[in-house]
Unconditional design. Structure first.
Length: 453
């Protein structure tokens, strides 16, 4: 027979254990704890039992702003060391790169246009060879990108089931908990997103489960604690009505329902007990509450495209071109690269500006928008690429149109390219058919839920 005086084999909170994991009886029972065992009847703490049926901890994240001069206790401390780059970064000067301004041949333009049309659904096929090109204009755009690698920390109240018989907790007995920024953690790689969570030392506390009040189980939601559910065939009556044909006439008779037992079916969710395991404490009855430290290393990217201000473009076309996927995917030579803990803006004067005045202003704006006093900034990286852009003008049915070929990987942007009416019609019919099939499936599901036995 077990020497454990508690009926469920678990000691209440605060009761010391011996070397075998059994509650120690040296010195008699602890003051304020019941001697008749745990858990109390009806799953509720009784008189003399510690009232620790605490409400669930909130999921509110307490953001810990980075203060290089103060810790959470308001004490002056030195700032954590910033991360050093894995390898030295060699800054590239604009004078070291020559952009590609070679003429763009008509055959190359037709080949790029054919490949683009073949990759789309609506474009007219095999018309590139019949187009009359009237003008090919070469220019350059710049794509500037600022990457800011930052670290943010949050304190989150959390809990986990107490699955061990041991009462050893990392609580306040071992000292005050450290501040969020007192713990040294480093990312695996610079300029890569990474998340990490760990328990804040000395914050553990043992409590009864707030969900089941220390019982370890909850009433079954399917049968509401009864252990059985109402039969869906006879609706709880235990009988069904059937129609029979005899001698040319029909009659309705009442028969016992064979799908249940007196109008009820055994609940399979709780195996007829009326109770299911508590999903919060997993049946262990107690929880370890602690503070979780969430660390997020994030590579914040800001990019901007500075076009060459082609005079033929209106404002809407220029906005569409700059924001298009084609120019974002276009590749080009690296014109300028800088990396430091914090990249300083430059004055808008020709002798100090990056590339030119307009590019410098756009870079300064992105650097200013990247500043955040609540996070720790580890590194910043600035890259500017030169993207060759070719505008090709052509005639189609007497009307002038344009398309653009961008980058060394030849990305095409052709918003007003002629469309194939047959392909547009087929696509519209396919969309309509998909909508009808979806509505039919929804109707079938609703009918099954409402009328199926």
């Amino acid at each position: 027979m077990s020497s454990n005086p508690y009926s469920d084999g678990f000691a209440p909170v605060g009761v010391p254990l011996d070397q075998k994991g059994q509650p120690s009886t040296a010195g008699g029972p602890q003051q304020g704890y019941p001697q008749q065992g745990y858990p109390p009847q009806q799953g509720m703490p009784q008189q003399g039992y510690p009232q620790q049926d605490m409400p669930p901890p909130g999921e509110e994240h307490e953001v810990q702003p980075f203060r290089p001069d103060l810790n959470p206790q308001g004490e002056f401390v030195s700032a954590p060391p910033s991360l050093e780059p894995a390898t030295p970064v060699q800054n590239i000067s604009p004078n070291d790169v020559v952009l590609d301004t070679r003429p763009f041949a008509e055959e190359d333009a037709r080949h790029c246009l054919d490949n683009y049309v073949d990759s789309t659904w609506f474009g007219r096929r095999n018309i590139a060879r019949d187009l009359v090109f009237t003008e090919i204009v070469a220019s350059n755009s710049y794509v500037a990108q600022v990457e800011t690698f930052t670290e943010a920390r949050k304190l989150v109240p959390s809990h986990k089931p107490h699955t061990s018989l041991s009462m050893d907790l990392d609580d306040a007995r071992f000292g005050p908990p450290p501040g969020a920024w007192d713990i040294v953690e480093r990312p695996q790689q610079l300029f890569q997103n990474e998340d990490k969570s760990l328990a804040l030392p000395h914050t553990e506390e043992l409590r009864f489960c707030f969900q089941c009040r220390g019982r370890g189980e909850l009433k079954c939601n399917m049968c509401h604690g009864h252990g059985h559910t109402t039969c869906a065939t006879c609706h709880g009556s235990g009988h069904v009505h059937k129609t029979r044909a005899t001698n040319g006439s029909t009659e309705t008779v009442q028969e016992p329902c064979h799908a249940c037992h007196h109008g009820h079916r055994d609940c399979m969710s709780c195996n007829r007990t009326g109770w299911v395991q508590c999903h919060t404490c997993k049946g262990y009855q107690r929880l370890i509450h602690y503070i979780r430290l969430d660390i997020q290393w994030k590579n914040n990217k800001r990019s901007s495209t500075i076009d060459a201000h082609d005079p033929i473009l209106d404002s809407d076309e220029r906005t569409a071109l700059v924001g298009s996927e084609a120019i974002q995917a276009a590749q080009g030579p690296l014109v300028l690269a800088e990396e430091d803990v914090a990249i300083a803006p430059r004055e808008d004067v020709p002798s100090l500006a990056r590339i030119n005045i307009e590019v410098n202003r756009r870079v300064n704006k992105m650097l200013d928008e990247s500043n955040d006093a609540n996070v720790l900034q580890h590194r910043q990286r600035l890259t500017i690429r030169g993207v060759p852009v070719y505008r090709i003008s052509f005639l189609w049915k007497g009307t002038s149109h344009n398309f653009w070929v961008m980058g060394t990987n030849r990305q095409v942007f052709a918003p007003k390219f002629p469309r194939d009416p047959m392909r547009v019609t087929v696509a519209a019919l396919m969309v309509l058919l998909g909508i009808l099939l979806l509505l039919g499936a929804i109707g079938a599901i609703v009918y099954f839920l409402l009328y199926a036995e």
